[in-house]
Design a protein around this ligand. Structure first.
Ligand SMILES: CC(C)(COP(=O)(O)OP(=O)(O)OC[C@H]1O[C@@H](n2cnc3c(N)ncnc32)[C@H](O)[C@@H]1OP(=O)(O)O)[C@@H](O)C(=O)NCCC(=O)NCCS
Length: 167
């Protein structure tokens, strides 16, 4: 397994990954807009993320199997160079869960955050129903900070979130 920064050349493979896992992700996290799910939508999404990367506010990454297939994504989001904090996010293919990939993704994001981006702390927002994600964060040393101001919408229902912090 390899983790690397997203590129414009990933559009077709990323669309395939997102389509194959759409139902799985929508059972756990906020649904994407319907117009995301075509090549134009994914290319625009990648363009937006790479522009944010170039501006220093985001670091978008892919997890790839040895054969090059995308098995997950992980992102440092809302990088704040003044507060020196960012938010972590990750999603793993339904066929690849339970292998420690989210843990590996989070380790990668923490190395980027504290190395490349010279941050001092990280935040995560997890729905109250996502025990596996909470476990991934706790194993990496994140601590529950309290209720999150973010309200997720999963399977068309509002779902409260918890705020986790690292430093
Ligand atoms: C949450 C998610 C990222 C976990 O990915 P993963 O690669 O399976 O995670 P890992 O294998 O690194 O670790 C999962 C941990 O949760 C534990 N776990 C799994 N299901 C669990 C459950 N229902 N309750 C409690 N712990 C659970 C596993 O045992 C493991 O802990 P361990 O290493 O101590 O045994 C994945 O399910 C996913 O992508 N879900 C959809 C998108 C999503 O929810 N993203 C996170 C948004 S905050």
């Amino acid at each position: 397994m390899q983790i690397r920064t997203l590129t414009t050349a990933d559009a077709s493979a990323l669309l395939e990954f997102e389509l194959a896992n759409r139902d799985w992700f929508e059972s756990q996290v906020d649904a994407r807009a319907p117009d995301f799910y075509n090549l134009f939508g994914v290319a625009a999404h990648i363009g937006d993320y790479l522009a944010r990367h170039a501006a220093g506010t985001m670091h978008p990454c892919l997890l790839l199997e040895d054969d090059g297939a995308i098995v997950g994504r992980c992102n440092l989001k809302d990088i704040d160079r003044i507060a020196r904090r960012a938010e972590v996010g990750y999603r793993i293919a339904a066929t690849a869960i339970g292998r420690g990939l989210a843990g590996a993704a989070l380790t990668h994001l923490m190395e980027l955050a504290y190395g490349r981006w010279e941050l001092r702390g990280l935040d995560a927002h997890v729905t109250i129903a996502n025990a596996a994600s909470a476990r991934v964060l706790e194993r990496a040393g994140f601590a529950l900070a309290g209720p999150s101001p973010i309200l997720a919408r999963v399977a068309e229902q509002p779902l409260a979130c918890l705020h986790y912090r690292h430093h």
